[in-house]
Design a protein around this ligand. Structure first.
Ligand code: HEM
Length: 631
């Protein structure tokens, strides 16, 4: 076995990583919102005005915040952490034993969720480091086989297995998982599938291997991809320098391309600092009133859009997309965009932002799939850059500061880091939640008995309050907990509704191995990329009995349908690199679901839907749901 290396990334606790709680406060100072925030990038662009006109006067309050000596959260001083990191490594050690001892899925899931949140703690990292050695040893018994013996489709130099894939009867570019499923049947649970530009790509479908992948890469989780985003951000920075404009320390993209696109030290420097504010439930709860308003507006929009049969128009997908943008904007821009207004012309900013956000995501999908831009400037990377530049405008908003101020006041984060992070939130948070809601509504429509159980739960636990409060959200999360279960067990039950297994949003988790690792009995070399594809794992009957059925109750304690392994269903991934927007997503979707089920039952009377792949998975058909009044 190779010796263990010291962690390649900084493992001390995040500066200012203390948890903070909040009361509702009135905030005296200024906040900066997104479209204006993004003006900064445009201004840094070579064709932008000279440095003299670079910082509009409205930007001064931001600079003031950056120099604020004491750290403030919306005017409040630090308070005790709401969720303590484990006091000793034993916590983690014991949990792993539990996992290894095959304790029920949900208990292990609880451990994983907890652990994911505390991983940024130095002590937990140290324990993890020790554990990494065990994971790397692989299963006891026979020595591992060399990677050269990995099964998989025939591979050609440079082309990889592209010719095999294109000729395969199961290949459909919009449903690539069908091909993967066929390959798994042919070659088994682990296979190598080289692609042009991606040599040495290994697919794993055994949750035990997923466990090993996460744990061996935990200290430096390199997620290959988003290279086009990284390139345009680096180019923007270089162009600015070349144009003699200079790059003031801390300016946009000056210290890196942001957590979505960066790796190693550059990723970790920002991630460890933004982690707490964006996952702190107290901070997230502050956005609840606005998210609730967005959800209520969406329900009104449903009423306006219904035809005489209560059915949605074929453009409804777009409406859900707008809901997602509007809802996320309450967090990332700290303001309403009014995307859901009937007359978008009355809201010129939204009319401009919606196509722009789409252009950004579509171009990103293309540039990440076909990397010809590495050789010459393609139309797709030009469109990506155009949208990204416009998305980079800045300004100020007289409303209350919260997330932004919190981030800006975090030692070690530059203004550029914070703005890049907000762009990353928008780049990742729109498609994901809109697809999750689309899949969830479809599954509820197709499973009326599940829907009616959920309606009963909402009625009993939340009712129809004028304003949703954190307690309402919690009461639903805790609904089962109050009677039988501890918190996380109920939470995972709800996670199974929203970020469901049957129709997942994420295509899979990918990591570059930073040490030789035993997976499926093969010694996979350091530097190779490993993919854990959701659809291959989620749809295995051996892991999820009756895998193709939507049976959220399988996640309840004692269910005979419970998954056989705690790492089989991790919709938000695991560890330090797991989804940073998961609590935002949960709250957004919870608000929408409650408000919809307050008013309607949902049905779908058309052809069956399946998933199509873009950056993630989305619904294949127009979302022509029927929303019938409950009363
Ligand atoms: C249904 C909703 C969502 C799902 C299922 C989801 C899932 C994921 C997954 C699987 C990853 C990859 C983690 C890894 O490589 O280990 C990820 C990363 C990320 N997600 Fe989400 N996500 C969702 C919503 C959101 C939202 C609403 C936001 C923003 C508010 C967001 C922001 C991010 C960011 C910034 C990353 C990159 C984190 C990093 O590399 O450090 N996500 N998400």
């Amino acid at each position: 076995m190779k010796p263990l290396h010291p962690p390649p990334i900084h493992s001390s606790p995040p500066a200012g990583s203390t948890h903070h709680s909040h009361r509702s406060v009135s905030h005296p100072s200024t906040s900066v919102y997104f479209n204006r925030v993004l003006l900064i990038t445009t201004l840094c662009h070579p064709h932008s005005p000279s440095p003299a006109s670079f910082h509009p006067p409205s930007f001064h309050p931001l600079s003031t915040l950056l120099t604020t000596p004491t750290r403030r959260y919306g005017g409040l001083t630090h308070t005790k952490p709401t969720r303590e990191a484990p006091s000793s490594p034993v916590h983690f050690g014991r949990s792993l034993e539990d996992v290894a001892a095959g304790r029920p899925y949900l208990e292990a899931y609880e451990v994983i969720e907890d652990f994911a949140d505390v991983l940024l703690d130095e002590e937990a990292m140290a324990t993890e480091r020790a554990f990494r050695g065990d994971a790397a040893r692989g299963p006891p018994g026979a020595p591992p086989l060399p990677a050269a013996l990995l099964p998989g489709p025939k591979s050609w130099p440079l082309l990889g297995c592209l010719p095999y894939m294109l000729r395969h009867p199961a290949f459909d570019p919009n449903r690539v998982y069908l091909f993967w499923q066929a390959v798994t049947q042919e070659f088994g649970p682990i296979f190598r599938k080289d692609m042009p530009g991606h040599p040495n790509l290994v697919f794993i479908t055994d949750p035990g291997d997923v466990f090993t992948m996460f744990h061996t890469t935990m200290l430096n989780p390199v997620r290959p991809g988003m290279t086009s985003l990284k390139k345009i951000r680096e180019d923007t920075h270089k162009e600015r320098e070349k144009g003699g404009r200079g790059c003031p320390a801390g300016d946009l993209f000056c210290n890196g391309a942001g957590i979505l696109a960066e790796q190693g030290e550059k990723w970790w420097r920002v991630r460890r600092r933004v982690q707490r504010p964006i996952t702190d439930q107290d901070i997230i709860s502050r956005f609840l009133p606005d998210m609730d308003e967005v959800a209520k507006t969406f329900v009104r929009r449903i009423r306006n859009l219904r035809d005489r049969n209560n059915e949605m128009p074929h453009t409804f997908k777009n409406e859900i997309y707008k809901w997602s943008l509007e809802s996320l904007a309450t967090v990332a821009l700290e303001r309403r965009l009014n995307c859901l207004e009937d007359d978008l012309q009355a809201s010129p900013e939204s009319a401009r932002l919606i196509p722009l956000a789409k252009q950004l995501l579509e171009a990103l999908h293309e540039t990440e799939n076909v990397k010809l831009w590495q050789y010459f400037p393609t139309a797709s990377i030009t469109r990506l850059k155009e949208a990204h530049d416009v998305f980079s405008e800045g300004g100020e908003d007289p409303r209350r500061p919260s997330l932004l101020e919190t981030l800006l006041a975090t030692p070690g984060l530059t203004r550029g880091d914070v703005l890049t992070f907000l762009i990353d939130l928008l780049a990742t948070g729109i498609d994901t939640t809109s697809h999750a809601v689309s899949h969830m509504l479809y599954l509820l429509a197709r499973n009326p008995e599940v829907q009616s159980r959920l309606i009963n739960e909402v009625d009993a636990e939340v009712g129809k309050p004028e304003h949703l409060l954190p307690e309402h959200i919690a009461s639903l999360s805790y609904a089962k907990a109050k009677i039988h279960f501890p918190y996380h067990i109920s939470l995972s039950y709800h996670i199974s509704w929203f970020f469901n297994r049957v129709m997942p949003v994420g295509v899979g988790i990918i990591r570059r191995l930073n040490q030789d690792t035993v997976l499926g009995g093969y010694l996979v070399p350091k530097g190779w990329q490993v993919v854990a594809p959701t659809m291959l794992i989620n749809h295995q009957d051996s892991i999820f009995p009756r895998a193709k059925e939507f049976l959220p109750e399988r996640f309840l304690r004692g269910s005979p349908l419970a998954p056989t392994h705690p790492y089989a269903f991790l919709p938000f991934s695991f560890g330090t690199r797991m989804c940073i927007g998961r609590r935002v997503a949960y709250q957004e979707i919870m608000c929408l679901l409650i408000r919809i089920l307050n008013e309607f039952t949902v049905d779908y009377k058309h052809e069956d839907m399946h998933l199509v792949n873009k950056l993630g998975y989305g619904p294949s058909h127009p979302l022509r749901f029927t929303f019938s009044d409950r009363n």
